[in-house]
Design a protein. Structure first.
Lengths: 588, 283
């Protein structure tokens, strides 16, 4: 079983509601689920879709072929009919679409009539459609009934009962009328956790003790603010919508200086405004986590779509020289744990740390068995209250062997905490002399760099342990690349090398003799990754940008040039078959 | 009790006769007079001659970027609302580069004390006009005189219902101290615009020029009357009012945020075990 469902229609028709509900039914049924969305930058109209794939094996990307298309408008049929699989079906309501289709793979479900008849209101048409899909798949209504009870809890028993009745009507209709339905849903298992990228980042921030989040709304990062604002009271988090991104980063720095873990989030255009603040974070050595959600540029670009175009921007942004860390999660699960790592590293070394994600991973939903909170690290590196007071003296920017000065919390002791965007003394006051300047650059930058470098994990190797073909990528291409290796390894000696911690570049240990041998396919951290590059016949770097930013970083840091490149810059993520096709086309 | 000596900082690098000296002295005396210890106050400053002030007295200091004092001050207050937070900025810093932050600080009514050193000129960059420079002022960059109309910060603040709006003059030290004290004691965002001559670059708005024009609003004036305050705020030219122009009792942002009702953010503990409950919502 490996089915894909696509819900298409205009913005405002409820695509997201049907999609979210079905995805939740499948994940609660214990299936592996992957969803992704494609939407336009508008609130009403246009063409949008929500795609769900579910299977009994892990799924991490969307596929090209659709088994059930729920068409809420005519365009959905026009655009997606050709994507139907051999036994695929199109669900539509001839009355509301004002058109009829005679072909055998169309199933006319009168969802509006069913909603009026059984629920008393055509607003429940989407509930009927959801029920109909479950009827087609032969998945029992039990889980959907539970979800409807949760969803409409606040609206009262009558609304719940009407929705359940309507869903069942859709379900029964499909059971009786869908003569061509040949779907067999697999055995159900324990419920799985279904989470999106932005939710995972927000939860990672909560798990890391983040108490202050400030941002200016910008797709695709706004979901982080939405989630944290909803949980603010429960977890003691202040969420402040700033007047602009400049204010956002400066507020976060103020809160961090005052003694609390703080974070901001934005996309490329907003980050462009934050850049002077990034440099300020570095000079004042104020810990800061920045969630930077990439979308296609330049300028406003394609606001609701995906790209990996800000790697070199985030790497080089900010005037002056200073240390930074860039983490680029490949899955929502990685996003959760890397957000935690971002807070730990940021506070330990008093530096800015990026979570570099994109629209694709922001909106994708993935199932996991769970998120193990025992893997969360929380060490408070700030010097507070009595511990600070007990010191005979305190200098915010004191010289140390590690370059890390004690991070005092102002107001909690008699010691003063002073910092400055000017070059400063150990006490934090403005200086002009050359000797102090040199010592401060050594302290702030050069001494910290090797220590930060040691925090960075090597890339993940998946597939053959001695690959002839190595596909290379970073960030959100993890899922499509991994599944492509699964398919291609049947006839090729192939592996994936995926980087989710991209800067500082993972340490390079070149030792070809320790290359692990064999065809074992599970994931492994590849410390000696450079030898794998050199030993492969072909290395294909796959990126969602036009110029191969990661390949250039790899070359700059390691001297290694990939042999082949796949660049996609149409704002859309790779579907599995598309990526396999692209790889096929370049394999020599 | 703190003494003036406790607030003794580094030797200022301002020009001899600079109006900033008077502001520095008045601020030290005000803080000592209120019995505030240096570690109980954080001064946030930007860039410009005013931005150097916190280095010349002793307190917690975040000397940030040009125009960005208010967002940093806002972040500090939201993280620790038991801290007295004073934002110090120049006229270019606050009314030019940081204009949007000023509007929104007034709207939020964050309990930050903003003291603007208004010398109607850019000192640090050597004599360019600022938003408060008078129309027609000739500078190296404006050989035909400043074309733009002078910004009126008092009228702007009254229009935005700023919680506390006042103007002081560094030549009137006693009243300046009283205004600083009133601003610090007031609950709400305060804008105290302080007229201070730039002896090097502003040859128009001198001690003498201000001295001939400023007058105290007087005890009959009612700063609670917004319409009257707006009329007063519009006065500029031959007579320039100093004193509290406008005052209201709007609730402060910190009081509106439920999370901050019990204690400051920085004193709130964190319990990861609660997260298990939130994770259940994803099943």
């Amino acid at each position: 079983m490996d089915y894909s469902i696509k819900i298409g229609g205009e913005a405002g028709q409820g695509i997201q509601t049907i999609g979210d509900t079905l995805a939740k039914v499948f994940s609660r049924a214990g299936y592996h689920v992957f969803t992704h969305q494609d939407y336009e930058s508008r609130i009403r109209g246009g063409h949008n879709f929500f795609q769900i794939r579910f299977s009994q094996s892990p799924v991490m990307t969307s596929r090209e072929k659709i088994d059930i298309l729920i068409a809420l408008d005519k365009e959905s049929i026009q655009f997606h009919e050709k994507e139907l699989s051999e036994n695929g079906l199109i669900v539509y309501d001839s009355k509301s679409l004002k058109q009829s289709h005679g072909k055998e793979y169309f199933l006319d479900v009168p969802v509006e009539d069913l909603a009026v008849e059984h629920g008393g209101n055509k607003i429940m048409a989407n509930t009927a459609a959801t029920g109909a899909v479950l009827g087609m798949l032969g998945i029992s209504m039990d889980i959907l009934v539970m979800i409807l009870k949760d969803t409409f809890k606040k609206k009262g028993e009558d609304v719940i009962a009407a929705n359940i009745k309507t869903a069942r009507a859709g379900y029964d209709f499909a059971r009786h009328e869908c003569k061509r339905c040949s779907f067999t849903a697999g055995e159900q298992k324990e419920p799985k956790l279904l989470i999106s990228g932005v939710e995972a980042i927000a939860l990672g921030a909560i798990a890391s003790g983040c108490k202050f989040y400030t941002a200016y709304p910008m797709t695709p990062s706004t979901g982080i603010m939405n989630y944290l604002a909803g949980k603010g009271k429960e977890y003691g988090i202040v969420v402040e919508q700033a007047e602009d991104e400049i204010a956002a980063i400066n507020m976060a720095l103020g809160a961090s200086f005052a003694g609390t873990r703080a974070m901001t989030g934005t996309s490329g255009g907003g980050f462009a405004l934050m850049v002077e603040g990034l440099s300020l974070a570095a000079m004042t050595e104020t810990p800061l986590v920045i969630a930077l959600g990439q979308r296609p540029g330049p300028a406003t670009g394609l606001p609701t779509r995906t790209e990996q175009g800000e790697l070199l921007f985030s790497l080089h942004a900010g005037h002056g020289e200073f240390p930074r860390v860039i983490l680029a999660p490949g899955t929502p699960e990685q996003a959760f744990f890397l957000t935690n790592k971002a807070f730990q590293i940021s506070e330990k070394y008093q530096i800015p740390v990026f979570i570099l994600f994109d629209q694709y991973i922001a909106d994708m939903q993935c199932t996991f068995e769970g998120l193990d909170l025992n893997r969360i690290r929380f060490e408070d590196d700030r010097l507070r209250g009595d511990a600070l007071n007990a010191r005979s003296e305190y200098r915010r920017h004191a010289y140390t062997d590690s370059g890390i000065s004690p991070l005092g919390v102002p107001g909690e002791s008699v010691h003063l905490v002073v910092t400055d965007s000017d070059e400063h003394s150990e006490e934090g006051h403005i200086i002009e002399d050359a000797e102090t300047r040199v010592k401060m650059v050594e302290k702030r930058l050069l001494r910290k760099l090797p220590l930060i470098q040691r925090e960075i994990s090597p890339p993940i190797l998946y597939g053959s342990r001695s690959p002839e073909i190595l596909i290379v990528g970073w960030g959100s291409t993890y899922g499509p690349m991994k599944e492509a290796v699964d398919v291609l390894s049947k006839r090729e000696n192939i592996a994936m090398m995926h980087f989710s911690e991209v800067y500082p570049f993972p340490s390079i240990k070149e030792d070809p003799f320790s290359t692990p041998q064999g065809q074992e396919k599970r994931e492994k951290e590849a410390e000696n990754y450079l030898s794998l590059f050199h030993n492969a016949k072909q290395t294909i770097c796959i990126e969602h940008n036009a110029t191969g930013q990661f390949a250039r970083l790899l070359k700059a840091e390691s001297g290694y040039s990939c042999t082949t490149f796949i660049h996609r810059y149409d704002g859309r993520p790779f579907l599995l078959e598309e990526l396999i096709g692209e790889i096929h086309a370049v394999i020599k | 009790m703190p003494s003036l000596n406790d607030y003794q900082g580094q030797t200022p690098a301002w020009c001899p006769g600079c109006g900033n000296f008077g502001i520095l002295d008045a601020l030290k005396r005000t803080l000592v007079g209120l019995g505030i210890e240096p570690h109980q106050v954080t001064i946030v400053s930007g860039i410009g001659q005013a931005g150097k002030l916190p280095h010349y007295l002793k307190c917690n200091t975040f000397n940030g970027l040009h125009g960005r004092t208010l967002p940093v001050a806002t972040g500090i207050r939201l993280a620790n609302h038991e801290m007295l937070v004073i934002a110090v900025a120049g006229d270019g810093d606050c009314y030019g580069e940081g204009g949007n932050h000023l509007l929104n600080a007034m709207r939020r009514n964050i309990n930050v004390k903003l003291f603007v050193h208004n010398n109607q000129i850019y000192g640090l960059t050597k004599g360019q006009p600022s938003p408060t420079s008078m129309e027609g002022m000739v500078t190296k960059n404006q050989p035909f005189g400043v074309f733009s109309e002078q910004l009126n910060p008092m009228a702007l603040a009254v229009a935005l219902d700023c919680s506390f709006v006042a103007r002081g003059f560094v030549g009137e030290k006693e009243s300046l101290k009283e205004l600083m004290k009133a601003a610090i004691v007031h609950k709400g965002f305060t804008l105290l615009d302080i007229l201070q001559p730039c002896v090097t670059f502003n040859k128009i708005n001198t001690y003498e020029w201000y001295g001939q024009r400023v007058y105290h609003v007087g005890s009959e004036f009612d700063p609670g009357d917004r319409i009257g305050a707006f009329k007063k705020a519009l006065e500029w030219g031959d007579r320039i009012p100093i004193g509290i122009i406008y005052r209201n009792n709007r609730p402060i942002l910190e009081e509106k945020i439920p999370v901050l009702q019990d204690k400051p953010l920085i004193k709130q503990s964190f319990d990861i075990s609660k997260l298990e409950t939130s994770l259940k919502e994803f099943y």
